[in-house]
Write a protein that binds this ligand. Sequence first.
Ligand code: SF4
Ligand code: SF4
Length: 375
Amino acid sequence: MTYTGGEIPKLGFGFMRLPEVEGSDGEKVIDLDTLCGMVDTFMDAGFTYFDTARGYHGGRSEAALKAALVDRYPRESFTVATKLPAWMAKDADDARSMFETSLEQTGAGYFDFFLLHNLGEDRTHLFDDWGLWDFLAEKKAAGLIRNLGFSIHDKAAELERILAAHPEMDFVQLQINYADWESETVESRKCYEVARAHGLPIVVMEPIKGGSLVKLPDAAADVLRAANPDEPLPSWALRFAASLSGVLTVLSGMSMPEQVQENVGIMRDFKPLAPAELDALAQVRAILDGIPTVPCTDCRYCVKSCPEGVRIPAALASLNILALYRDEYRAQENYDWNASAGPASSCIGCGTCESVCPQHIGIVKELARAAELFE
Ligand code: SF4
Ligand code: SF4
């Protein structure tokens, strides 16, 4: 597949964590001057893929993309991806209207890539119930979408089910990084293999696990330094994802100019990982596996049984991010995105979840810890 006249360079600019400054009323606003400079650095280095979404930055990311990119560069010189989050809509009309809002906010005229945003768990049925697959296929037929796909946070079996039902998809966006490659909760490798078995190209999200993979425990970082002292930690993560066949591009949510400079430096002369480097990453995975965490496999039996709708596995995942990477920002971000709709503090201690948990986790105690840390 070629876009904007050629292969997409394998680094994409995620507009999820943009630079901010204090506005006149004391509220945080997107720092457009800094963002324009970051976009210029990225474009000057030959990169072209920009990824935003209706919901990023409280709904302000798409307008920032217009101001920093669309209004400043010829339309054919870059590719725009955005996403429709049905789970943020109140009804079908509201969800459908998001497409027009995205067109208006980005000013892009058309979308090179358009995604049904964040399928999986209890979110997928909204896209089905509201006919959004057909609605977006019509937009593609009308020339407003060049490539239609979806992003998903769920297991490989669910990805397989959705792809079997929707062979019309052009691509998928998956969470892939070396730490989650063999994870029972994320199933990066299995999801990658499902997508490739369907012949689909893949856009990679979370290659650095939201920044956690630059905060490795010392023993793990030492393995990588010994294997290649000149290679910065983000490089291992970006190169791992970009080395996989069938990967269109690897997204990085960059929030400061230094990150853009470092990432374009790594990916401008991208070299796939050598076998010895892959061995080093396997050693890192073994070290991470040896760190005590809550042994949740994300099977979700507990979720089905909880009368209060507590998002148990998501809360436990935040505890594990903290244990593995000591990354408070990322753990909180995961909690806010994935657990806050059924917060740990709403647990009434009935114990039903513990009676069905195959891992025999002391869930009530762990939820109390999560509530204290993240709420
Ligand atoms: S103990 Fe708490 S989390 Fe577990 S099922 Fe009961 S309310 Fe839900
Ligand atoms: S039942 Fe246990 S292992 Fe399964 S998701 Fe819930 S806490 Fe995790």
